[in-house]
Design a protein around this ligand. Structure first.
Ligand SMILES: NC(=O)c1ccc[n+]([C@@H]2O[C@H](COP(=O)([O-])OP(=O)(O)OC[C@H]3O[C@@H](n4cnc5c(N)ncnc54)[C@H](OP(=O)(O)O)[C@@H]3O)[C@@H](O)[C@H]2O)c1
Length: 374
């Protein structure tokens, strides 16, 4: 099957990948048509260890819908969701859709735009992230995202640096801005501040004018203080529930185990918001199927919400990443001004995606890993 992309602008040809593509631009008056039918991508044919991942040169590129953008990917970051999906998380939703392409984040250049795309042009450098449930992910030479899932990449950062930011930062944005609606002067606690979401949350809350504390392992303390946190607390050594009880307007818990949930809730003021990233909807639907798992998850969530409202006077949420154009604008602004970063610990060529996933599975690289596509 062949895909046809029409563009008012000349597509920039990735010459070093031309052999992987059926690439054939030709002029029609003032327009240029570009036909790209297949590209290199990492396929997930079945759930399992990193060994199931397959780098293939002939993966179909679907037609662009009118609001979509074809991105020539230069760097894609590895998120915990990628390794979890690979191992079967979300199987109730994804199993019938295999083979999948993993990957949420991307940084690259616009290669073609759909008919209604207004804000982006062919050749522009962009970065962005797909929604958690997207089936065609970004581990591909050509990724497809909608216009509102992308923003211009700041010229001050590389594709590798840019690709590490959007999924994590949008997750933090969704919790702090859309759910808790944090405002200047409030006190925010990030539980697990050393990871990509936690570190982004600290920077977003600092930029919003909040007084921010974070808990983390000792290796992350200096980095969090440098990012503007007033306190970075090693949760392995401090009795936080006593010293900080009832102080916070919002708690974002990136770890979301029983112990951190209890601590987070006890540290909130009345009227505060507790948000965990470890909601149980996917795990329960994976275990019991959609028909039983989903109502079960809803019942558990409602029970907890009611229970904590009565016992502590707080609002309790399972929070999930959502693509959000307003959030992406703010992330772009903060990235340009250097106030939002996610440090990258190691890069791998996309051909070594199995090694990259193995390193994350075995926790030999604690920080952000990025796959390069040159
Ligand atoms: N619900 C959703 O939509 C959603 C979205 C995104 C992520 N998540 C989940 O949220 C959790 C966190 O995600 P993430 O992307 O932030 O994961 P991550 O970057 O892998 O971080 C996980 C933990 O690893 C440690 N770590 C990371 N980078 C480090 C570094 N450079 N040096 C030292 N330690 C480091 C941190 O521990 P310390 O904090 O203890 O220092 C951190 O909390 C994951 O479980 C993920 O699945 C959920």
């Amino acid at each position: 099957m062949r895909s046809l992309f029409r563009s008012k602008h000349l597509i920039s040809s990735p010459s070093n990948h031309i052999n992987n593509l059926h690439y054939s631009p030709y002029k029609l008056g003032f327009t240029v048509r570009t036909i790209i039918t297949t590209c290199r991508a990492v396929l997930l044919p079945r759930f399992g260890s990193a060994d199931v991942l397959e780098v293939r040169d002939d993966v179909r590129v679907p037609d662009l819908k009118s609001n979509e953008v074809l991105v020539r990917a230069r760097a894609v970051s590895v998120n915990p969701l990628d390794t979890r999906m690979r191992a079967g998380y979300g199987r109730s939703l994804f199993e019938s859709l295999l083979p999948l392409i993993l990957g949420r984040d991307v940084s690259g250049e616009v290669a073609a735009v759909g008919a209604s795309v207004q804000t982006l042009k062919v050749g522009q450098e962009v970065f962005g992230a797909l929604h958690p449930t997207a089936v065609r992910g970004t581990y591909a030479d050509y990724a497809i995202l909608s216009e509102d899932q992308l923003t211009k990449k700041p010229t001050t950062i590389s594709h590798v640096e840019a690709s590490a930011i959007p999924f994590a930062a949008l997750t933090a944005w969704r919790a702090l801005k859309s759910t808790a609606r944090i405002t200047k002067g409030q006190r925010v606690l990030v539980v697990g501040g050393g990871g990509a979401v936690g570190y982004s949350a600290v920077q977003l809350a600092v930029a919003a004018g909040c007084a921010v504390s974070a808990t983390c392992e000792s290796e992350s303390i200096e980095r969090l203080l440098a990012a503007g946190a007033e306190q970075a607390l090693d949760y392995t050594s401090e009795d936080l529930e006593v010293t900080l009880k009832g102080q916070y307007n919002a708690v974002l818990d990136t770890i979301g185990i029983q112990q951190t949930e209890r601590m987070g809730i006890n540290l909130l003021k009345r009227g505060g918001h507790y948000m965990t990233l470890q909601g149980e909807s996917a795990s329960l639907t994976d275990r019991y199927g959609l028909a039983i798992g989903l109502p079960m998850a809803t019942a558990i969530l409602l029970k907890k919400q009611m229970q904590y409202r009565l016992s502590h006077g707080i609002e309790y949420y399972w929070t999930y990443m959502r693509t959000d154009a307003e959030g992406l604008d703010e992330i772009h602004r903060l990235t340009v001004s250097g106030r939002l970063k996610v440090p990258v610990q190691k890069t791998f060529p996309i051909t070594q995606v199995r090694e990259a996933h193995n390193a994350k599975d075995k926790r030999t690289i604690p920080g952000k890993v990025v796959l390069e596509l040159d």
